[in-house]
Design a protein around this ligand. Structure first.
Ligand SMILES: Nc1nc2c(ncn2[C@@H]2O[C@H](COP(=O)(O)OP(=O)(O)OP(=O)(O)O)[C@@H](O)[C@H]2O)c(=O)[nH]1
Ligand SMILES: [Mg+2]
Length: 285
């Protein structure tokens, strides 16, 4: 039986931990068992129960205080993640082997983890070896996406994670509840973007006269992949959360192996007496 995982990624403060706690509550509401693993060695507090916490393995503060290492917060975090990557047996032991488990990995916000460092890719490969089907969930803050040029940079970050991890990825715009009705309307065009028409946007024109060719090439690249679209995420909207979860479940085929269990009688060869009786009863009733 496969196991299922969401790798919850995105820039600092994009809402990853909030997404995890919202998802946990939603899952409880629909009677599904979902658990969270904290992979942020700098996390201080979370408002969800964790089944495993990377800080039991290593903490950023300890790395920064170490006289022989002398790292700052970002270098310290990268060191922690590399240490984690060479100690996956810790994760294996903590996760155990539960068939059908569904785990959200709350990742750190350092964007370099998703663009060029190998740690996340190594984690994905390791999870796949443990029979996890992994979906990347890339979060960007809708507050920063209401202008085209900011949007392009958000899309590039999402695309870069998608290309480097090589797993199905669902991109999400968070904090939709904070947008004004006008901004909400405005942001609709960014959910399923047409990059070429965005080129005509005045906010891009103003900034990029000098770099028009480069902007065109970037927009063309994004359009060629035609894979980057966003789902809105409003933590107060249960129906919206359910749609997001459905997309993710679909991408990792969650539930396909959970289909309907046949009654005991039907396990035997068709054509045998029990089987016939079973259907005969149904016709009679
Ligand atoms: N209103 C609103 N606030 C949100 C939402 N998601 C996150 N926030 C707020 O945004 C801030 C950052 O959210 P976190 O969930 O900690 O973000 P994060 O991506 O885990 O941050 P790091 O782990 O530091 O990278 C917190 O103050 C949250 O309360 C949302 O959907 N709506
Ligand atoms: Mg967090």
């Amino acid at each position: 039986m496969p196991r299922y995982a969401q790798l919850v990624m995105g820039p600092a403060g994009s809402g990853k931990s909030t997404y995890c706690s919202t998802m946990i509550q939603h899952a409880e509401g629909i009677n599904r068992s979902v658990q969270v693993v904290n992979l942020d060695p700098a996390a201080e507090h979370f408002n969800y129960p964790v089944m495993a916490d990377i800080r039991e393995l290593i903490q950023v503060d300890d790395v920064m205080e170490d006289d022989s290492l002398r790292f700052g917060p970002n270098g310290g975090l990268v060191f922690c993640m590399e240490y984690f990557a060479s100690n996956f047996d810790w994760l294996e032991e903590t996760l155990g082997h539960v068939e059908d488990d569904y785990i959200l990995f709350d990742c750190p916000g350092q964007i370099e983890l998703y663009t060029h460092l190998p740690v996340m890719k190594q984690l994905v490969e390791q999870l796949q070896q443990w029979e996890f089907r992994v979906c990347g969930v890339f979060l960007v803050d809708s507050q920063f996406m209401v202008e085209s040029f900011k949007f392009i940079s958000g899309v590039m970050a999402a695309l870069s994670a998608m290309v480097s991890l090589e797993i199905p990825q669902v991109n999400i715009m968070t904090k939709m509840d904070l947008l004004s009705p006008k901004a909400k309307k405005e942001i609709e065009k960014y959910l399923d973007p047409d990059m070429y028409s965005m080129m005509g946007d005045s906010s891009i024109m103003l900034r990029s006269k000098k770099f028009m060719k480069l902007t065109k090439a970037i927009c063309g690249l994004i359009d060629d992949y035609s894979m980057v679209r966003f789902l809105p995420f409003d933590r107060t909207d249960d129906e919206g959360i359910s749609i997001v979860l459905q997309h993710i479940d679909f991408s990792i085929q969650y539930g396909e192996d959970l289909e309907f269990k046949e009654p005991k009688e039907l396990d035997e060869e068709p054509g045998n007496q029990n089987y016939d009786e079973f259907f005969q009863d149904r016709v009679d009733s």
